[in-house]
Structures are given as structure tokens and as C-alpha cells.
Ligand binder design. Sequence first.
Ligand code: URA
Length: 269
Amino acid sequence: MMPPQRPLKTLERVLSKAGLGSRTDARSWIGARRVRVNGKVVETPDMWVDLERDRITLDGRAVRAAKKVYVLVYKPKGYITTYKDPEGRPTVYDLIRDAGAWLGPVGRLDLDTSGLLIMTNDTQFAERLSNPEYKVAKTYQVKCADLLGEEQIARLRAGVELSDGPTRPAAAARLRDTGKYTHLELTITEGRNRQVRRMVEAVGSKVLKLVRVAIGPVRIGDLPIGKWRPLTEAEVRELCPGYAGGAPERPGGRPVRTPRAGKPGKRQR
Ligand code: URA
């Protein structure tokens, strides 16, 4: 039998998505008979429940869906985009400790890449934003190890052949040449592994520095490096047109309304 469609979720998932603890915690609460659905103790973690219809309690207190939180982080170079690093390097989670919610990154930025990363607890939004079908543009400023000719830039625009297939046409513009280096702005609508680095290598150069300066219409603006800010409602809507997910909330419950879409700031290169 096909699993039911959303909004049905398993009980353990609902408990963990409510931000109360991990799925392992949820299973142990259920095993300890601390969880009730519509007044009845439930001992099966994989029972399908509907948070909008079923009344779920933990120790008698109602469990509600976690507020949707969407933040924009300016990741510095040298931070990894995972929760834990066996090598003990700093992670993007070190940057959002004060965001007050359990958030996951939308896509990845390489260790050596700096720039914008969206983090959220809205998995549907995250899936949609990283789905290449929706063609959300990501804009990078790139310092290349050589002076690039117009022909090389035209190839980036047209799409280059990579080991995992040809890239889509991209927007590529020379920002400036400094000494032996060309600085480009490149906008792509896919998010393949190390895509920009591989594209630049495919046209015969190398990336020396990579900064993601925009995701769709959202630019770095005046966000300082290493800091985060909530996305506004308008930004969430613009990033995912037609998406009917929750309006963004600050941890603590206040809606985020102040428009802060920024002009390009000094920190962009
Ligand atoms: N392309 C890359 O090569 N690296 C990134 O981090 C992002 C896009």
C-alpha cells in the first residue's frame, strides 16, 4: 500500500519535527507511554497521524508543529555546511546558535566558498528550492586564476560539458580584470557538486575565490560575514512562487515583515 500523502506523518516524525527532540528521543517517549493521540496512549512510533486533525500530547502537553523559520546566513570561507565535522572544523551551525530553532541548510557551499546559505526547518521549502526543475538562480562572484578571453566566457554562457553531463546555459559577465586575473559574475540554475569550480576548469582556468552573492532575488546586501538574519515573508514568497508553506516566524513567534532586501553592499566582490 502507498504511504499516505502529507499532511500525514509518522508519530515519531511529528514529535521530532515539533522541535522537541530527535527521532530517537521520540521513540523512547512513545515506548515509555508518555505520548497520547486523541487521548489514547500510543506505543507505535510509525503510526500515521495528522497534526492538523489529531490531538497529540507528550506528558499531557499538546504537541504543535514547529514554527517555520527561514534564515539567511553569510557563510565565511573555512566553515563546513554540515552539523558535525570529524576534523573539528567550524560549521555553519556555529553561526546560527542564536537562531533558536533546529534548521537545516538548503544545499551546500564548499568549505572554501563563502556567501549566502539559506537554512530552514521547512523541509518542503528546502526541497523545492534545491530542485533544479524550479531553476532558482544562484549568483556567484568568481576570481579566476587567469585572464579569460571572451570565447571562454561565451562557453560558460552556452553551457559546458562536465563529467555528469552538460550544464544549462548560464549568465556570465566579466566584472573586471586585475593583473593576471579575471573576476566574473556567474548565475546558474542548477546546484551540482562543485559546479562553478568545475565549469571554470572546463574552460581552462581555475577558481581562486568563490562567493555566492545571491539566491534568486535575495542578495547579501549589508549582512555582515558570519552573521544571519531572518528571511522576510516577501523573500520566502519570491524564492518559491506559489508555495503555500508557512509564513516565516522569528523564534519566539513574531512574524518577519520588515523588508530588508538589500542593495549590493561593500562586502560583495
Ligand atoms: N559551485 C562550487 O563550485 N562550489 C560551491 O560551493 C558552490 C557552487
